[in-house]
Design a protein around this ligand. Structure first.
Ligand code: ZN
Length: 161
């Protein structure tokens, strides 16, 4: 069976930056299960996976434009610490936080920490990065009707209700 629309695909992957630094990996852990063709992954990654067979590996490189976009310069905001939605033992530059903003909750990266205020960069942490996905297709199966209705995979490595 090959990766195609409406199949549940199980993946091991390692995500690195263009310079080789590893950002994420689930190798040696429960593989990720997702429903193909329903925009559950970056579109460029789904396109590269289409047609792959069980056991096949591939290296997929996505430029920032195909991944999380270019970094924008003016996305740093000074926000009150009390507007933080995420809990942190110790806030420091580089911490990823969730903040209540005028437009709703948003994720960002701490740039500077003050006593009552923090500067948060609201660029996606992977914005401006070339991403290299090293993927191995572990399993491909037909999706259940329920999974198709929900638009995501259920079971190990997928969505839990
Ligand atoms: Zn569901």
């Amino acid at each position: 069976m090959q990766v195609a629309k409406d199949k549940v695909v199980t993946l091991h992957y390692q995500l690195s930056e263009g310079n080789g630094e590893v950002l994420e990996s689930n190798r040696g852990q429960i593989p990720l299960a997702y429903l193909h063709g329903h925009r559950n992954l970056l579109i460029g990654l789904e396109e590269a996976l289409t047609g792959m067979s069980i056991g096949e590996s591939k290296k997929v490189t996505l430029e920032p434009e195909q991944a999380y976009g270019i970094r924008k310069e003016n996305l740093t905001q000074r926000v009150p610490v009390k507007h933080l939605l995420s809990k942190h033992k110790r806030l420091q530059p580089g911490s990823v936080v969730r903040v209540q903003t005028g437009e709703g909750p948003a994720a960002g990266t701490v740039v500077k920490v003050g006593k009552f205020m923090i500067d948060v960069d609201f660029n996606h942490p992977f914005a401006g990065k070339t991403l290299v996905f090293d993927v191995t297709v572990e399993q491909v199966r037909d999706a259940s009707e329920e999974e198709l209705k929900h638009g995501h995979a259920h079971g190990a490595g997928g969505h839990h209700h």
